[in-house]
Design a binder for this molecule. Structure first.
Ligand code: 8LK
Length: 233
């Protein structure tokens, strides 16, 4: 399937002066990497995976490891750096017509920072500082998103997959954290309790790896059909 172009399938009107931007959202272990890998094959898609390696090596500091070993101490530092590196993805100029990003400044705030605030790992004062940056960025940068693809899993499936993935920093995350992050995705993307910047396409990501490619292939057509015809759940 090399050289295949997604725009060939498309009846979407693409924006003129910026790429058509899709962000993929979901819990840890929801299959975002598999989703991104599937779309790597298209010549007109620029895939921007989450910059986890930067988070694991910020001038030699492993912020991800620090976050999980002492969330009260490191959440603000970690989330500040996440916000910066995700903003770099939002504003990155690319030549291809479609930008596919893993997560966004919106999930950073509505899911991860919100969870830390609700559980007292980050204080209101720190959240206010992050919000000031967030609002400034929204007003001064192009953070447009055309579509959110939500890989919806049950927390238990996401938890099991994360244990199997075996990223050392994540092995101590309790199931309750997956439940919190799941509930916040639901509040944001299904119940629209927070600002939702684009239509949402929901995919059942509990499905086994063996059938998930077929699901993505179907989704490929849906992603690039006109907004008015889009099926949103
Ligand atoms: O996604 C890689 C790891 O980073 C995973 O353990 C969850 C964590 N993470 C986080 O705590 N806060 C985040 C993101 C990821 C992504 C955003 C936008 N905010």
């Amino acid at each position: 399937m090399a050289n295949e172009r997604l725009t060939n399938f498309s009846v979407t009107e693409f924006p003129k002066n910026r790429p058509y931007t899709v962000v993929v959202e979901g819990n840890i272990g929801s299959g975002k990497t598999t989703f991104l890998n599937y779309f790597q094959q298209f010549d007109d898609v620029n895939v921007l995976a989450e910059p986890v390696n930067k988070w694991r090596d910020c001038n030699g500091f492993n912020l991800l490891e620090k976050l999980y070993s002492d969330p009260k101490k490191w959440s603000f530092t970690f989330q500040s750096y996440v916000q910066l590196t995700i903003l770099q993805h939002h504003t990155l100029k690319i030549k291809r017509s479609i930008k596919l990003m893993e997560r966004s400044i919106y999930s950073a705030r509505n899911c991860f920072v919100e969870q830390l605030a609700r559980t007292g790992c980050i204080d209101d004062c720190s959240v206010s500082v992050m919000d000031q940056w967030f609002n400034w960025a929204k007003e001064n940068c192009d953070l447009c998103v055309d579509l959110i693809v939500y890989l919806r899993t049950t927390p238990e499936v996401a938890y099991e997959r994360t244990l199997k993935r075996n990223r050392p920093e994540e092995q101590c995350i309790p199931l309750d954290y997956f439940k919190d992050i799941h509930n916040l995705h639901e509040e944001w993307l299904c119940h629209k309790k927070f600002n939702c910047p684009a239509p949402v396409l929901i995919i059942d990501a509990d499905l086994d790896q063996s059938v998930i490619h077929e699901e993505y292939s179907k989704c490929k057509m849906q992603i690039f059909t006109k907004q008015s015809e889009k099926v949103t759940a």
